[in-house]
Write a protein that binds this ligand. Structure first.
Ligand code: HEM
Length: 468
């Protein structure tokens, strides 16, 4: 309930001996009115769609005075993200305004020359070729969690979203800041991000009332505290590196060194801090929610769990999985990909049109909101067989979805540069933990996927782990 006025759509979930239709809100029967859209957006961004949106298509409508264009076909996604990237590279004012106090001009929300100059730098730092440097931390942190789970009392229940968030925060914190940051400082950054996210809203009224730049977020005391908490730790790390005393091999170290080698980049302490904060934020919750959804899906699909265990035994025997096993862990990879199809960690990828344009036969106004929704595209009835079912086998044996129909990492020049980092991390954590445990969800617990910035089960996921 939101303000007692908003009734979320009922959530459905179906299970049989050999199928699992994963939890999702029932599509609406008729178009929601503006009140329902506004209240719905504050509750979750995925519950307000009518049946017709769960198939590929293009549509446009107005919210107050603002044009919204829905691009939900592989062709239009390609057009917006790749062909006409220059016109649609800009993030929506909601997203920019929501994150700018924390991330400043960091890559995730920048555009124009700032984005063009910094993208190659950040992409290089989180690139696939650096996996051998960062994978040992992924393995070590996952093994430490395995050891903690091993000594839990039988039937000990805990909350999985928080558990996975701690796991991935530790991994990304070691990668970005190095191993010497210290637990207290790392916790300060993690808690600061969590606090900040709680204070932000998904609906920017000013934009829908006609301001192309949207309304700035007010610096409330809660936001100020959260921002200060994050910025202080990261600035200290950056300054240590600038003075030559930081942890070699960390992403901040690479940023500082590259900036020294390429002074034309002109990154000052604030810019370096913004990029480090961006990588931390972009690489933390996305992987955590992916892993959480994987445990939910596996717990409800014993036949997939069995195939996974068989593969882990065949490939790794009794030793823990490592980066070197990745190419052989086909089921692990397919499970990660299918989990991100059903529950894309970033379910909406909104853009703002720089200039007026045509997307197929739709006239796009300057400043319009272009909505690309992996949540809908990944569930389009005409693109996917049994779209609401958990079927990792659709990604096995080199099967590839139609181009631009599967976009959990976005697409085109703004595609997630940390894709290989995130995939390797999710596969390794899944493999190492599944080698030792099965996860079971509290009996009768109703999972309800909700989305604000990322997609997670509302109220968390209460689980127990069973030793294998
Ligand atoms: C499962 C894991 C991940 C998923 C699903 C994911 C997804 C995404 C998506 C959808 C975007 C684009 C958002 C948009 O277009 O509005 C993005 C951007 C970005 N991601 Fe990831 N991400 C993941 C992991 C990571 C990791 C591990 C890192 C860093 C180590 C990272 C760094 C970034 C950065 C820096 C951007 C901004 C790129 C730009 O705007 O040019 N991501 N990610």
């Amino acid at each position: 309930m939101y303000f007692g006025l908003y009734n979320p759509a009922p959530v459905i979930e179906n299970q049989g001996d050999d199928f699992f239709e994963a939890a999702h809100p029932l599509p609406l029967k008729k178009d929601p009115n503006i009140m329902k859209i506004v209240l719905g957006a504050r509750y979750s961004l995925i519950g307000n769609w009518v049946e017709e949106y769960y198939q590929s298509g293009l549509d446009t409508f107005k919210i107050l005075g603002r044009q919204v264009v829905f691009a939900n076909t592989p062709e239009s996604v390609k057009y917006v993200f790749a062909t006409k990237h220059d016109n649609y590279e800009r993030k929506s004012p909601q997203m920019r305004r929501a994150l700018e106090l924390l991330l400043g001009d960091g890559l995730f929300i920048s555009d124009g020359t700032t984005w063009q100059r910094r993208r190659p730098l950040v992409a290089d730092i989180v690139a696939k070729k650096r996996l051998p440097e960062f994978a040992p931390s992924m393995e070590a942190v996952a093994l430490a969690l395995r050891d903690r789970w091993r000594v839990l009392p039988d039937d000990h229940e805990f909350e999985m979203v928080g558990e996975m968030a701690e796991l991935t925060a530790e991994i990304i914190s070691r990668a970005v800041f190095g191993r010497n940051l210290g637990a207290a400082a790392a916790r300060q950054v993690i808690d600061g991000f969590t606090l900040y996210q709680k204070t932000i809203d998904s609906f920017n009224l000013g934009y829908f009332l006609g301001k192309d730049e949207g309304s700035a977020l007010r610096l409330t005391p809660a936001r100020r505290t959260a921002i200060h908490q994050v910025h202080k730790v990261i600035e200290d790390v950056v300054n240590a590196h600038l003075e030559g005393s930081g942890d070699a091999g960390s992403m901040v170290d690479l940023l500082v060194k590259r900036n020294k080698r390429n002074p034309e980049l002109g990154l000052d302490v604030t810019a370096l801090r913004n990029e480090a904060a961006t990588i931390f934020m972009a690489g933390h919750e996305t992987t955590a929610t992916t892993l959480t959804w994987i445990w939910y899906l596996l717990a409800n699909s014993p036949w997939v769990e069995e195939a996974l265990h068989e593969e882990l035994h065949r490939v790794c025997g009794n030793r823990p999985a490592t980066l070197a096993d990745l190419d052989q862990l086909d089921w692990c990879q397919a499970i990660v990909m299918e989990a991100m199809r059903l529950y894309p960690p970033v379910p909406l990828l909104p853009r703002q049109a720089k200039e007026a344009d045509m997307i197929e036969d739709i006239a796009v106004e300057k400043g319009a909101l272009i909505m690309i929704a992996p949540w809908l595209l990944h569930r389009a009835k005409d693109l996917w067989d049994r779209p609401t079912h958990f079927m990792p086998e659709r990604f096995l044996n080199g099967a590839k979805p139609e181009p631009y129909s599967y976009i959990p990492f976005s697409a085109g020049p703004r595609i997630c540069p940390g894709m290989n980092f995130g995939l390797a991390e999710a596969i390794l954590c899944l493999a190492i933990l599944a080698q030792n445990f099965k996860v079971r969800i509290r009996k009768g617990y109703k999972v309800n996927p909700v989305c604000r910035l990322t997609l997670r089960p509302e109220g968390g996921l209460p689980v127990t782990v069973v030793r294998r």
